[in-house]
Structure formats: structure tokens, C-alpha cells
Design a protein around this ligand. Structure first.
Ligand code: UDX
Length: 445
């Protein structure tokens, strides 16, 4: 089989590389010449564990190609994936101009039957718009070439994207013809060996599935954050409550960890977009509106704890921040809670010294030189009034607390991810604040 993947961002690059890995001939296309030049040199636009080696292996094997030439790549293609960005517009709805421009480009270039698949997360109804662009472009050429459109949402987690792609829980494909179903079954066959299902459905349902999945996951998180906040007030321990409810298989143990709110490129954008789609169609997503507002508030919870601890006197104080990316194993800073927390500290006249294993370069785009960047976690602590743990990178999980205590001016830790044992820290003389845990440090009344 021969496929083209348009867009060499996160989704496109992982998709193209993983298909090449199972022996399919893949061309990844982007309009950004610099990106393509870099990819030829083995320089990736994103950080994802294992991806660099996989790209270079498949390029060497002659199965993975990079190009700016859509026309050439689309020739004799069986499947063309559209994996370009859908940035949120001012009003929260996904902007489809890149998706539709690519569809037009495909229509202007294709020379044989091809399944054109939307891989970007797009609102319900987008495949119909893609079909129209293709029809119009082909009509303009006077070409009578058959094609199908399909919707194939991705469920990749940053930091685990390769594994998620190679060993998916499920593959969802929206189709409207048997021919497209046959092509997509053949394409995904190598990924179904361990009994993972491919679920075919109509196109609008596939488009909706992506939003429903992300919104459900975001709902679990906001729900747990709400419970954690209430646990603190009522003297309960959210870690116990989490274990207690998670052992009910209907609820499950995953995605019920409270923290400082969800970030990243998917949850915030998709929740917003679904609320918007609903309201445009005369329906109010009441639960999701609450999910969003709980999340906005949760991003401020750690700052509020800092402010309370220091009696609102934050001017001139220095804070060490461990972790900047929205979650570990990625350099992605989009919607990262760290940005909200740091901006609030800076606005109070505090200084911040931050350390992140991979996201510091990305962070500079928004924080610039308004904070300092430490070369290791311990350097960030020197003379700081407190440590804030913002992202749960593995290397922060078990530091020498003796060294931490010596470097900090005062033994104070604010842990936004509940990664330490409150009893242990208390025994070591730390004031330890975390999220929803009964044994967390209590401010004197
Ligand atoms: C998510 C979905 O998991 C994935 O299926 C979809 O394709 C894209 O969106 P991703 O954004 O990479 O993936 O991150 P994920 O690991 O799901 O975490 C999202 C956010 O939720 C992070 O900010 C994380 O810190 C937060 N989170 C996650 C919690 O606060 N608590 C949890 O229990 C789990």
C-alpha cells in the first residue's frame, strides 16, 4: 500500500512513522520547507520518546519520505490522511481552513481512487465539507476520479504516542462505503494482531467519538479535583477516596488523579469545541461547562496555597518550580498549569527559578527571561522560599529531601501532583501542601 500523510505535526508524524514501521510506503507532507529540511536531517519538530530513532530507521529503509510536494505524493495513493492543525478560533470553535485547503489540494492532484481520511480532531460535519472540497476541485479539472472520505480519530497520549499507535485499545473509523471499509481494514490489519478491535461506524459518529472520549476523560479529572477540594474542607483524604472508588470496575482506577488541572493540546480545546458545537445547534452542555470552569479554578489552587501559607506576602520571595510541561515526557507547554501559576507568582512580585528536563526551551516562548532556568533541579532550589512541584517527572519523585531542605531557605513544599508521602515529609520537618490529602500541612488558624 502507498499512503500520504499531510501535516508533520504531532499526529501526522507519529501516524506516518508508525505506518512505515509496519512496512507501508509513506510520504509525509508539509508546506513548511524548513520543517521538511529538518526532517531530512533527522531533526524532529516535536519531542516524543522513541520517535527520532523510529523516523531514522524507516527513512533508511526507504519506506518513509518527507516532501513539500503534495501533488507528487498523492499520485497512486491508496489513502491520504489529513493531519494538519485545527487551531481554536476566538470563539473556541476549531478553525478548518488548513484541513479544507489540504482537501482541495488533494482533489487538484489525485489520479486514482483514494480514501481521504481526516485524522485531525474535527467537528462533526467536517468530513462532509472535505467531500465538497474534493468534489469541487475534481469538477474544476473535469476529472471523474472516484474517492471516499473517512474519519479516523486518533487517541494518542503525548509521551506514549508510539505505543498507543502500535498497540491501540481500539481503532475508530467512520466510513460511508464498503470499498472504504475494505481499504481501511487492510491498512490497519498489522495493528489488530492482538485482538484490538477496529470499530467501523458512520462518519458523524466517528467524529463525535473523539470529542466524547476526551470530554469524558476531562470530566473524570475535574470531578476528582472537585472531590479533592471538598476532601480538604471535610478532613477526608482523596487518596483513600480514589482507591475506594477506583476499585469499582465501573469507575476504574485510571484518570482519577486530582492535581492542578488538565492542560495540553487536546482536552482544553476539545471540551471548548464541543460546548460550542452544541450551543450553535441549540443545546447546552451543562456538565462540560462545569468541567471547564472547575479546571480553570484548579489551575490556581497551588498558587492560592502558596499565598495563604505566606499570608499574602509574596513580593520579593523566590520560588523554585519543578516541571513546566503540562505533563511528563513531553516538552508541550500548551495550556500548561505551570504558566498560570508562574504568571500569578510574578504578578505578586515574586521571582521564579524553574527546572524542567525537556520543556525549558518551549517555556521560553511564553515566559522568556522573566524567570530563571536552572541547569538541574537542585540549582533551582538555592535560596528559594519554597519548592512547587508542578509536573510529576519521574526524576522529581524521590529526591534527597536532606539536600532539598538544606538548599531551600525554609522547608516548604507545595506539591501539585501528590507525589510525596505527607507523613514522611512531615517527619522530616517540612511544611508539605498537596491536593486533597488529609495529612497535608494545616495552616495555623
Ligand atoms: C489526551 C488523551 O489521553 C488522548 O487519548 C487524546 O488523543 C489527546 O488528549 P494528552 O493530552 O497527551 O492525551 O495527555 P493525558 O496523558 O491524557 O493527560 C491530559 C491532562 O490530564 C494532563 O494535564 C494531566 O496532567 C491531566 N491528568 C490526567 C490529571 O490531572 N489526572 C489524571 O488522572 C490524568
Amino acid at each position: 500500500m502507498k499512503i500520504a500523510v499531510v501535516g508533520t505535526g504531532y499526529v501526522g508524524l507519529v501516524t506516518g512513522t508508525c505506518f512505515a514501521e509496519v512496512g507501508i510506503d509513506v510520504t509525509c507532507i508539509d508546506i513548511d520547507q524548513k520543517k521538511i529540511d529538518n526532517l531530512h536531517k533527522g531533526i524532529l519538530p516535536i519531542y516524543e520518546p522513541g520517535l527520532e530513532e523510529m523516523v531514522s530507521r524507516n527513512v533508511s529503509a526507504g519506506r518513509l519520505h518527507f516532501s513539500t510536494n503534495l501533488k507528487e505524493a498523492i499520485q497512486d495513493c491508496d489513502v491520504a490522511f489529513i493531519a494538519v492543525g485545527t487551531p481554536p478560533g476566538e470563539d473556541g470553535s476549531a478553525d478548518l481552513k488548513y484541513v479544507l485547503a489540504v482537501a482541495r489540494g488533494i482533489g487538484e492532484s489525485m489520479n486514482n481512487y483514494c480514501v481521504v481520511v481526516t485524522k485531525s480532531t474535527v467537528p462533526v460535519g467536517t468530513a462532509a465539507k472535505v467531500r465538497k472540497e474534493l468534489d469541487d476541485a475534481l469538477a474544476k479539472r473535469g476529472a471523474a476520479i472516484e474517492f471516499d472520505v473517512a474519519s479516523n480519530p486518533e487517541f494518542l497520549k503525548e509521551g506514549a504516542a508510539i505505543d498507543d499507535f502500535l498497540k491501540p485499545d481500539r481503532i475508530v473509523v467512520g466510513i460511508s462505503s464498503e470499498r472504504a471499509e475494505e481499504v481501511m481494514s487492510r491498512l490497519y490489519k498489522p495493528f489488530l494482531l492482538n485482538g484490538h478491535p477496529i470499530i467501523f461506524m458512520d462518519i458523524p459518529s466517528a467524529e463525535m467519538t473523539k470529542y466524547a472520549a476526551n470530554s469524558m476523560l476531562a470530566t473524570k479529572i475535574s470531578f476528582m479535583n472537585d472531590i479533592a477540594n471538598l476532601c480538604e474542607i471535610m478532613g477526608a483524604d482523596v487518596n483513600m477516596v480514589r482507591k475506594g472508588i477506583g476499585s469499582d470496575a465501573r469507575i476504574g482506577t485510571k484518570f482519577i488523579y486530582p492535581g492542578i488541572g488538565y492542560g495540553g493540546s487536546c482536552f482544553p480545546k476539545d471540551v471548548k469545541a464541543l460546548i460550542k458545537t452544541a450551543s450553535e445547534n441549540g443545546y447546552e452542555m451543562q456538565v462540560l461547562k462545569a468541567v471547564e470552569s472547575v479546571n480553570d479554578a484548579q489551575k490556581e489552587v497551588l498558587f492560592d496555597k502558596v499565598s495563604k501559607h505566606f499570608g499574602g506576602e509574596l513580593a520579593g520571595k523566590k520560588f523554585a518550580v519543578w516541571g513546566l510541561s503540562f505533563k511528563p515526557k513531553t516538552d508541550d507547554m500548551r495550556e500548561a498549569p505551570s504558566l498560570v501559576i508562574i504568571e500569578k507568582l510574578l504578578a505578586e512580585g515574586s521571582t521564579v527559578s524553574a527546572y524542567d528536563p525537556v520543556a525549558m526551551e518551549e517555556a521560553k516562548h511564553s515566559l522568556g527571561d522573566r524567570i530563571t532556568y536552572a541547569k538541574d533541579p537542585f540549582e533551582a532550589l538555592v535560596d528559594a522560599d519554597a519548592l512547587l512541584v508542578v509536573t510529576e517527572w519521574p526524576e522529581f519523585r524521590s529526591p534527597s529531601f536532606e539536600v532539598v531542605g538544606k538548599l531551600l531557605k525554609d522547608k516548604v513544599i507545595f506539591d501539585g501532583r501528590n507525589i510525596y508521602d505527607p507523613a514522611e515529609l512531615r517527619a522530616l520537618g517540612f511544611a508539605y501542601h498537596c491536593i486533597g490529602v488529609k495529612t497535608a500541612h494545616k495552616e495555623p488558624a
